[in-house]
Design a protein around this ligand. Structure first.
Ligand code: ZN
Length: 134
């Protein structure tokens, strides 16, 4: 049995996109509030109140409060991380089953492939197994 880490490309790309959108949304919020936050005596509460007051206008059509942008950015980041975790899958790949034959006792048995040396299950000799026809 082999364990193989397989990245699911489309899901991985989607998770990356979500993370980038989330980070951009949060950076936009910081950039919109930074001048007032840094000039304030109480940056944290200023930041929080600005989230509810400041509005962001997108192409003169959509207007929404910064708090929604922060919520949106957080959701995007969380979704991105979840998708990233989902995109990484450990797959158990069973080896190919082959039929071995012991050169000493001539008995045959089935096992998974890729072995150079095996113990014969019948006579317990360490053998280079001969791969027999099925
Ligand atoms: Zn044997």
């Amino acid at each position: 049995m082999k364990r193989v880490l397989r990245k699911q490309k489309p899901l991985y790309m989607l998770s990356l996109t979500f993370c980038i959108i989330g980070i951009l949304a949060l950076l936009t919020t910081l950039w919109k509030t930074s001048s007032q936050v840094f000039s304030s005596a109480d940056p944290f509460s200023t930041f929080l109140s600005l989230l509810w007051i400041e509005e962001i206008v997108i192409i003169n059509v959509v207007t929404f409060k910064l708090i929604y942008l922060v919520a949106f950015g957080d959701i995007m980041l969380i979704l991105g991380v979840i998708l990233w975790l989902l995109s990484r899958q450990w797959l158990v790949v069973p080896g190919k089953t082959v039929c071995y034959q012991c050169p000493f006792c001539k008995k045959k048995w089935k096992s998974t492939g890729d072995k150079a040396l095996v113990h014969c299950p019948y006579c317990n000799q360490l053998v280079h197994p001969k791969i027999a026809e099925k």
